[in-house]
Design a protein around this ligand. Structure first.
Ligand code: 5HY
Length: 243
C-alpha cells in the first residue's frame, strides 16, 4: 500500500524528518510518500497559517489521487483541512492530532499535550472538543518554542519540551504525554526516557491507523457530508479545483 504523508508547512527538512519517522514504523508492504505543498507557510503557528496551509493539503491530496495513494496522513497537529480532504477521496485521511488522541486513550485514562507556542494551544483544545477527547486531556501545554526551532535549534527545543513534559508528569495526574507537533516526530523515545512517561506521537500513530484501515478495507464514507464536493466552477488561481 502507499501512504501519502503530507507535511502541511513548506519546510522540506521537516518533511524529511516526518517521512523518515513514518518509514521507521511502516509495515514491510507500505510505501511512504512524504511531501509538502510548494506554496504556503514555512511553519504553522496560528489560525491564519492553518487556513492557508489547508489549501496546500488539498492540492497534495488531489496529487495523491492521481498517483493512487491508498491513504493520507496530515502531519500537522492542527489537522488542517482534514474534513475537506476526506471529501476529495475514498481513501482514509488521518490527522496526527486525532490519531494521537485515539492511541493515548488506549494506554492512559488521562494525558496532557505538549505543543510548541502557547498561542496554538487553543487549536488543540478545539480539536479535543471536536473529536470528543476533551475529558481525557488534562491540559494542553506549550514548550514556548517556535516550530522551526525544532530544525534550527533542536537541542534547546528538546530541553524545553522535556522540561514541560516533566512539569506535566508532576502536576497533571496523567499517564501519558501527547507530542503536539509533527516536527517532534523523531523525538519520541528521547522524550519518553527523559520524562519517564509513555509518549504518543501523531505521525507514527497516524501511519499505523492508516495501515489498519486500509487492511480492513475501511474507506472514507461517501454517504452524507464526506461525499465528493458538488461540481462547480472555481475562479482565479483556484480554477483548477473546478469541474
Ligand atoms: C505542526 N505547526 O505540527 C504544527 C505544530 C503546532 O508547522 N507543524 C507546524 O504548533 O501547531
Amino acid at each position: 500500500m502507499q501512504i501519502r504523508v503530507i507535511n502541511p508547512n513548506t519546510t522540506a527538512a521537516m518533511t524529511e524528518t516526518i517521512g523518515a519517522t513514518a518509514r521507521r514504523v511502516a509495515a514491510p508492504g507500505t510505501q511512504i510518500v512524504a511531501c509538502n505543498p510548494a506554496a504556503g507557510p514555512v511553519s504553522i503557528e496560528s489560525h491564519f497559517d492553518e487556513a492557508v496551509a489547508a489549501v496546500g493539503v488539498l492540492e497534495e491530496v488531489r496529487r495523491g489521487e492521481s498517483e493512487r495513494a491508498d491513504a493520507y496522513v496530515i502531519a500537522c497537529f492542527g489537522d488542517p483541512g482534514l474534513l475537506a480532504a476526506r471529501e476529495l477521496t475514498r481513501a482514509p485521511v488521518i490527522g496526527i492530532a486525532e490519531a494521537a488522541f485515539h492511541l493515548a486513550t488506549l494506554i492512559a485514562t488521562r494525558f496532557s499535550v505538549v505543543t510548541t507556542l502557547g498561542r496554538t494551544t487553543i487549536i488543540a483544545e478545539h480539536l479535543l472538543q471536536q473529536y470528543g477527547f476533551a475529558h481525557h486531556c488534562r491540559r494542553v501545554r506549550a514548550a514556548e518554542i517556535p516550530v522551526l526551532d525544532l530544525e534550527h535549534d533542536p537541542d534547546a527545543a528538546l530541553r524545553r519540551i522535556v522540561e514541560e513534559g516533566r512539569r506535566a508528569k508532576a502536576e497533571d495526574g496523567i499517564g501519558a504525554i501527547v507530542l503536539g507537533c509533527g516536527g517532534m516526530a523523531d523525538l519520541t523515545d528521547t522524550i519518553a526516557e527523559a520524562v519517564g512517561l509513555p509518549v504518543v506521537e501523531g505521525v507514527t500513530a497516524a501511519v499505523k491507523l492508516a495501515e489498519s484501515l486500509v487492511s480492513l478495507r475501511l474507506q472514507t464514507s461517501k454517504y452524507g457530508d464526506l461525499d465528493f464536493p458538488r461540481p462547480k466552477t472555481f475562479t482565479g488561481p483556484f480554477c483548477h479545483f473546478g469541474a
